[in-house]
Structures are given as C-alpha cells and as structure tokens.
Design a binder for this molecule. Structure first.
Ligand code: CP
Ligand code: NVA
Length: 311
C-alpha cells in the first residue's frame, strides 16, 4: 500500500526515530545515495511562498540522481478548472512522488486519497511535518539524544509548526512546553493537545500549555519560536498580533530562564525584533542555519522511506 507523509502521526514512533537516524546517516555519507533516485521525478506543488522547502527538496532530488519539478499553483488549473482528484490521478502517470504546500489541510488529504504515488505535506495551515523531522535530527545531533529533553515553544501556537512539534516531541519522548497568549486564536488546536497528551503519557513525557513565557522556558534544553505572521495570516492583523504576542518574544532576558547550554531554534523565515531579538537569533546559542540545512538531509530520508528504498 502507498505510504503518505501528511502528518508526523503518519509514521509510528519507531519509524520516526528511524527517519531521524537515517537523516543523520545520509548527511554523513551523501555519496552512498547519489543514485538512489535515478530516473525518479518529484512533483513540487506550491500554493504559498518558500525558500527552504523548495530548495531543499529540489536539491535533494538532484543530489540523489533524480529530478524535481517546481509547480506554482497560480499556473495550474488545480482547484479552479480541475479538481484535486483529477490532478492527482494525472500527476501519478508522470511522476513518482509528490510534495505539496497548500493552504487547507483537507486539500492535501483529498489529494493523497486520490494518489497512487506517495504524497508529502510540505506545510498546510495545520501542520508542517517535514520541518519537525529535520528539527528532531538537529536536536539529536547537538544534544546526543532526544528522550527526556525539554523543548519550549514560544509565540503563535495555533500554528502548523507548533502542532507538528507537539506530535514529534511526544512521539520521541521529549517534554514540550508551549507558551502562548490565552484564547483559541493563539493556542494549539484542542484536538492536537488531546492527541499529544495521550502519546506523551505512553512515552513518559509531558505536553503543557502555559500562558507565561518564563514558565514555559524554565530549564529548557531547546527554545523554539516561529513567525507571528504565518503565510496564511491576514496582513491586516499584524498590529493586533504584535501587541498580543510581544510578551512571548524570545530575547536574552528570557533565554536566561532556560538551561545555560540551551539552543535556540526557528524554522525560518524569521523577523528580528518580533518573535525573537537579533541578539538571540544571531547569538551563540542560535542554531537556525544548521537547522535549515537539515531540511535537505531529513527530506532525503523521508522520500527514500516512502518509496521503500530504505527500511
Ligand atoms: N521553514 C520553511 O518551511 O521555510 P520555507 O517557508 O522557506 O520553505
Ligand atoms: N508558521 C509558518 C511556518 C513557515 C515555514 C507559516 O505557516 O508561514
């Protein structure tokens, strides 16, 4: 049966740990995989902008001897003159694997339901699973383990990256503390909180949502933040959101509440002076560009896994 990767929960805990270790191995020995995707084509559908996702997937295919097709949705009939199922049933006749960055999560689910080739979620409004495999890989590389660590996520938490981090951390036994303003608009979806609390209980770790930034960051090994203005947020909301989210900005004062050897992460793109200060993102604890690099290695592992080329 075809495997898709629409959410971190599409893989078992064991598979997630394997993906992380494969990413580490592929990064060390890229030449071993230089023809692993020979004659394979990845279709890359984008409805939103991207730097990292677009480059890392396309370069990943090139480095493994395959090809990536960048397909800007504004030049596609999909969703306008052509249905999602018809697009999927056509693309599978040419391509071997698909990744899509769409707005609504239900659209990627519909695409996958109609696709005989693997579909990868390259970010929807709801989740960003590829990002989190890369993030867990870099945390494991920097800290030597995942189990038992504490990650503090600060800021906008009704957010794709937050949801996938909650799933990812609980699946690998990491504690996650989310610090965000009160209210539905800024908090993780209830469904994700309930799901991840169950996973965390099974894996002996904790998921907590708090509304105080210092409490969230206390003794954290990793401090993580994301944009306050995700691609799908109405630009007219900017001022209101800045006012609400500023108490959750990651700055040097806040970093003092984390462990002294804590690392700072942001999936990028980042705006200095908003979700974090320049001092933090450009400072010695920041690993954001090592983190960005791992998109390349982790996604190679995801694609090889879905095509059954690593087991
Ligand atoms: N982190 C991430 O997905 O970046 P892009 O939006 O540039 O792809
Ligand atoms: N939450 C951000 C992530 C960007 C990679 C967004 O959706 O824009």
């Amino acid at each position: 049966m075809v495997r898709h990767f629409l959410d971190v929960t599409d893989v078992t805990d064991e598979e997630l740990n394997k993906l992380i270790d494969w990413g580490i191995e592929i990064k060390k020995n890229p030449e071993k995989y230089s023809s692993a995707m020979k004659d394979k084509t990845l279709l890359m559908i984008f409805a939103k902008p991207s730097l990292r996702t677009r480059l890392s997937f396309e370069v990943g295919m090139t480095q493994m001897g395959g090809h990536g097709i960048y397909y800007d949705i504004s030049t596609s009939p999909m969703g306008k003159k052509e249905s999602i199922p018809d697009t999927a049933r056509t693309a599978e006749r040419y391509c071997d694997i698909v990744m899509a960055r769409l707005f609504e999560h239900k659209d990627i689910v519909e695409y996958a339901e109609n696709s005989k080739i693997p579909v990868i979620n390259a970010l929807t409004n709801y989740s960003h699973p590829c990002q989190i495999v890369c993030d867990l890989q870099i945390i494991k590389e920097k800290k030597g383990k995942l189990n038992g660590l504490k990650l503090a996520y600060l800021g906008d938490s009704n957010n794709n990256v937050t949801h996938s981090l909650m799933h990812g951390c609980s699946k690998v036994g990491m504690n996650i503390s989310v610090g965000c303003p009160e209210g539905e608009e800024y908090s993780p979806q209830k469904k994700v909180v309930e799901e991840t609390e169950k996973i965390a209980e099974k894996n002996n770790c904790k998921v907590e949502i708090v509304h105080n930034s210092k409490e969230a960051v206390k003794d954290a090994d990793v401090v993580y933040t994301d944009s306050w203005m995700s691609y799908h947020i109405d630009p007219a909301k900017k001022e209101e959101r800045i006012n609400k989210l500023m108490p959750f900005q990651v700055n040097s004062e806040l970093m003092k509440f984390a462990k002294p050897d804590a690392i700072f992460m942001n999936c990028l793109p980042a705006l200095r002076g908003y979700e974090q200060t320049a001092e933090v993102i450009d400072g010695p604890q920041s690993i954001v560009f090592d983190q960005a690099e791992n998109r390349l290695h982790a996604q190679k592992a995801i694609m090889l896994f879905l095509l059954g080329k690593i087991k």
